[in-house]
Design a protein around this ligand. Structure first.
Ligand code: WTA
Length: 577
């Protein structure tokens, strides 16, 4: 009953009328607003700070930060400008060159946000990685990118020290809280509180196509791929933040994503700051009262979250929300996984506002399909394509758009908008495979209804989406194989009521090892330490052997289907490739 109900939305919003925006759309709308002309230099770092200061907003708060220990800091756009200059200068002094990869391996501390801007200003390529990553996850990504420097905190330094000898390109580790620490060779301290603020820094004259950010994302095969963005992405991120998230000058915006994930950079840094909007950051994990308290204290008006977080809040009931004054909220959006209709209806009960689903990928750099403020919401639907982005559901065999509504196919996007990635690092073949028949193939399946709303059906590959985070089965299997007891393994998605999916591992043991709960826990912890808590299998099934094709490739499809209670499909092809 819920899913067929349409929620009418009548209110004033930045996008105005979606239908009207579709006609004659041109990205030059954003470029003009940003005062940028084709062919001019374009540096995201400058646009997030210096430009905003030139608009007279130097004293406006840019970052309202709260730490897990209750510490609070406020940085204005003026502070951001001077401190990011200081970081850019410090990195240049250390010998870092434009186009070298500089990794941010930090919790969500202010230094992460400031250094992000600073690295772009000196022309470096930012490589943000989750600080929860274990040594193996870190090593794979730093090796692939040939990273020259890593900025980190004392508490994460041990992981880097242990893998350093295997990273020939890594010249410098910069510790942002090095007080009282005995630094080793190739390690330096950078304390932003004592670093002189710099009025001027010779900005790197990036152009639209200069590489800016490298985000690692997981696929079905091989190790994670480095999705390579360029400075022109700013144009898409600026306009989608304005039209989809509806950001306005008096907003206090909260995106609870970590910048190790693309949501945390596109909309946790670039979107709000390029619009001159104040954003709040809470550097601590989930907690319903903690989150509501944060919204209440900071008077958050626009909140960008994710379905898993919403489901966790739902478990606490509307009464927990009602204990807080959340009247500052005026627009809610969500990304990362399918947003179930129940969550949309629940949020109306709890906050008086529906969550607006948005759909996109690391590769697209910006929201590509979404529910717009002011447009009727069909709960459970992802909404409609952003003006200027052509999306279609393609017949999987012909790769032509389905003619009739309601048929399942692959979501294809016509390439060419500013924030689309320009390649995968070191992996031109992997990138080329994402395009066919003039479409960029997302790897997701969906339907479109007669009104042009898209409905998510599922992924078209073996990637596991746990709590909005993509986990590559190959990476988990590689880590499992390093455990002395494991002979072969397969990692697949298992349904989960809160996280949508979790990792389940099927393992055949080497002779001499006996399956049992102790070994199960030992193997789980082994993966958690090497990769991350997210990639850790939540369940392990010990099996005698795994289903394989004739050439020996493990067929995850069969194992996954059993977990989901779905038909296994044609088993006669099982032994073929
Ligand atoms: C999934 C995230 C359903 C999808 C910004 C996509 C979604 C992958 C939605 C990208 C949504 C993202 N509904 N599924 N609204 N948003 N996804 O690269 O499978 O980490 O391809 O970027 O998440 O995940 P990524």
């Amino acid at each position: 009953m819920y899913a067929t109900e349409i929620l009418e939305e009548k209110r004033l919003c930045n996008i105005g009328s979606y239908e009207e925006r579709l006609g004659g759309f041109n990205w030059a709308i954003a470029e003009k607003e940003m005062g940028w002309g084709r062919g001019d230099p374009l540096n995201i770092g400058w646009h997030l700070t210096d430009r905003i200061c030139r608009l007279g907003l130097a004293r406006k708060p840019a970052l309202l930060w709260e730490g897990s220990d209750g510490r609070e800091r406020t940085y204005t756009f003026g502070d951001l400008r001077l401190l990011s200059n200081a970081v850019a200068a410090a990195l240049s002094r250390l010998g870092l060159q434009p186009s070298e990869r500089v990794c941010l391996f930090l919790d969500r501390v202010p230094e992460l946000y400031i250094a992000f801007v600073g690295i772009l200003k000196m022309g470096g390529i930012v490589q943000p990685l989750f600080s929860a990553f274990g040594e193996e996850s870190l090593l794979t990504r730093l090796l692939d990118a040939g990273t020259a420097a890593v900025l980190t905190q004392k508490k994460h330094l041990g992981k880097l020290r242990r893998i350093r000898a295997r990273l020939p390109a890594l010249r410098t580790i910069v510790v942002v809280d090095a007080e009282g620490l005995a630094l080793k060779d190739g390690e330096v301290a950078l304390d932003l509180d004592s670093e002189p603020r710099l009025e001027r820094f010779p900005l790197f004259p990036a152009t639209a196509e200069t590489p800016s950010i490298l985000h690692y994302t997981s696929g079905t095969t091989g190790q994670p791929k480095g999705a390579q963005h360029v400075h022109h992405s700013l144009v898409s991120q600026y306009l989608t933040a304005k039209w989809v998230l509806d950001l306005r000058s008096d907003d206090v915006y909260w995106c609870n994503a970590d910048p190790g994930w693309v949501t945390g950079t596109s909309y946790g840094i670039i979107g709000p700051w390029s619009n001159g909007v104040t954003q709040a950051v809470l550097d601590s994990g989930f907690g319903a009262d903690r989150w509501y308290g944060f919204i209440e204290r900071r008077r958050i008006s626009v909140w960008y979250s994710a379905p898993t977080a919403i489901r966790l809040l739902m478990r606490e009931g509307t009464q927990t929300a009602k204990r807080h004054d959340l009247s500052s909220l005026r627009h809610l959006a969500s990304v990362g996984e399918p947003l179930n209709p129940e969550a949309v209806h629940w949020s109306r009960e709890a906050f008086g506002l529906p969550f607006h689903d948005t759909y996109w990928q690391t590769e697209t750099g910006c929201i590509v399909i979404s529910n717009y403020p002011g447009m009727p919401v069909k709960p459970g639907s992802m909404g409609k394509p952003f003006p200027g982005i052509a999306a279609a559901v393609l017949d999987p065999t012909t790769l032509e758009p389905h003619r009739e509504p309601g048929r399942v196919g692959v979501i294809g996007l016509r390439p060419g908008w500013p924030s689309m990635i320009r390649g995968y690092w070191n992996n031109p073949d992997g990138y080329a495979k994402k395009f066919a028949n003039g479409w960029y193939l997302t790897g997701d399946r969906a339907t479109v209804d007669a009104d042009g709303y898209f409905w998510f059906v599922g992924r078209d590959d073996d990637v596991i989406n746990t709590g909005g985070h993509l986990v590559g089965p190959f990476e988990v299997e590689s880590a499992l194989l390093e455990h002395p007891a494991v002979a072969e393994s397969a990692a697949v998605a298992k349904p989960h009521p809160v996280n949508m999916e979790v990792v389940k591992a099927f393992i055949a043991l080497k002779p001499g090892f006996t399956p049992g709960p102790d070994l199960e826990i030992e193997i789980m912890n082994f993966v958690r330490k090497r990769l991350s808590p997210i990639a850790m299998p939540q369940e392990i099934a010990f099996v005698a052997s795994l289903p394989r094709t004739r050439s020996g490739k493990i067929v995850r499809r069969v194992l996954r289907a059993a977990e989901w209670g779905e038909p296994v499909g044609d088993l006669s092809t099982l032994m073929e490739d």
